[in-house]
Design a protein around this ligand. Sequence first.
Ligand code: ADP
Ligand code: MG
Length: 662
Amino acid sequence: MQLQDEVTKIKGVGPQRAKDLEKHGITTVRDLLYTLPSTYINLDDVTSVSELEEGKRAIVHGVVARDPRLVFVRNGLKIVTVELACEGGVVRIPLFNQPYLQKQYTRGKELRFMGVAHKDGSYWRLDSARGFLHGGITPVYPKFAFIKPAMLERIIKEALNEVEVEERFSEEFCEKAGLISEMDSLRLAHIPKKPEDTAAARASLVLRELLVYSCMLREAGRRDEGAPQAFSDFGILGDFLSMLPFKPTEAQLRSMREIMQDMSEPYPMNRLLQGDVGSGKTIVAFFAAYLAMRSGIQTLFMAPTAILAEQHMRQAEKLFGNEAALLTAKTSAAERKRITSGLSKGDITLLIGTHALLYDTSEIPHLGLVITDEQHRFGVAQRAALSRGEAVNTLLMSATPIPRTLALIQYGKAQVSVIDELPPGRKPVKTRIVPSAKRKSMYLWLRDRLAEGAQAYAICPSIVSSEENNMMSIEQLSFELSSCMSGISVGVIHGGMSESTKSETMRSFAQGELSLLISTTVVEVGVDVPNASIIIIEDADRFGLATLHQLRGRVGRGERQSECYLVTSKPTERLEILKASNDGFEIAQKDLELRGAGELIGQRQSGNEYLRVASLLDDLALLEYSAELISGMPTEFPADYAVLCDEAKRELSLLGDKVVLN
Ligand code: ADP
Ligand code: MG
């Protein structure tokens, strides 16, 4: 039996059990064996009766004093009570609904039980107990809804008996990396002999996985293959700049030059464009697309939301004319057809879109540049899927500044351009914390400002009100404002609306037809309406620092002095930090201190679709180690490196089909 075989090959696993396992994502023997114990217990850590403590978990060891009786209680409940003669006294162990145990735990049997101790009259009782025939280290498996831990353990042991695992790496490499063979690590992880075995086995399996993962990151931005090459021509840069309505900042120019340098080299660019909200990343990305166009290269530009993709498209039309097209979930069939043919003929050189781009199968003969805006919203696999297996230049854009180790996780070995300067004339947004009690007067004040021509956002943490969340909702706020905003045109936008309603509302707000936009965090990223100068964030304490900073970044984009109001009934440290600083890097640093690295990447850690045993947070040191090992492998261990690359490519292609937006 091989790791890639279906679980049905294992003795005792029939179609029904296979179905149950599948519900937990286990279809192959590999899936099964990589379901590692969540912890281990040492059954030799026995507590004597005199040391039992009320309500505490303990392991007792003894001999069954008499054949247990089977008792039927109400509702068909069956109880087998084992009386175990231990050192220092008898312990009673009631076992529910497992009548067969009556025949197994017979008089004279030596057993161990783990459970919770309770004093019951003059006896000790062990509740929620599980029996063991042997001592030693025993694995505890994660709780699954459809498979009992004991069953899982049995199937795993059976599989370990039958499976043959061929070692992929050379002995020399394993020795250098400190790897235990895969078969031995699996065996030790599931059936450890000594307490030390468990950590060593796990570390070895984690390192194996992280080696592949590091290789995937490398593959997603590899430099060793040829990619379509752009011209290095300052004339093109000049042409581009002459079309802009403003002068670029030094930092924007520097980034454009770095991109031109990268793209004119014969291997793929893998560059991260980092800059605070409002620093003007979009125009730099458009320069990359423009340079591509002038060099005969086609570009895919992916944004996380339709609102953002449409906004980019409006700007792209001015720079690229009809060589730019937009593809989202709501693009009509006729337009799709036009796009497909335009792409294949090369008439369309820039295709902007949402994740709909991932599933688009149009032929793009000269695809050579892939741009991802707000890249932290996408995973490694999605980025890889976007490049369609081609060696292309990639440009990732992000407003989230992150420490080096986290950058390694999210971007692999990328080059970084930083826009560390805001366009001139920007006045820092004034931030105030408003106690909930003063909301009414704030909105009255807002009304006058809107009447004078200002535009504002009002952000709520939820769409509808509910008893338990007790948060300001779109529903409630719209109702409250309906009376005090007479004469003001108010729009509402949230994630529960259809794409077309959302984009229509967004368009009217952008064109100034609406003065006030009541919204959820759907406007969090990227939305750019320079005339909007006021943002009110309701129940601001409900949002994280990064989100608040992003939301505040929706204003302060034009000439007007902008203002941000954080409404709250319980001021927090986070809100004070935001009030004190407008600098995204500084805020991110504080955020990191407040929450720790764990939450910062949280759900959005890219590539976690692949990881089974490794955790990017707990195993950060091993991740760095794997990246270090990998960098020397092509020269030192070329054969092992080839094995790794094959696996990374295979995993990436598998993930390509089931990419998930997080
Ligand atoms: P972000 O980096 O947050 O994506 P955008 O690219 O949306 O920022 O730019 C924010 C706003 O600043 C846009 O309205 C854009 O047109 C404007 N802008 C960008 N660069 C400059 C500049 N050099 N001078 C003036 N305005 C600029
Ligand atoms: Mg942006």
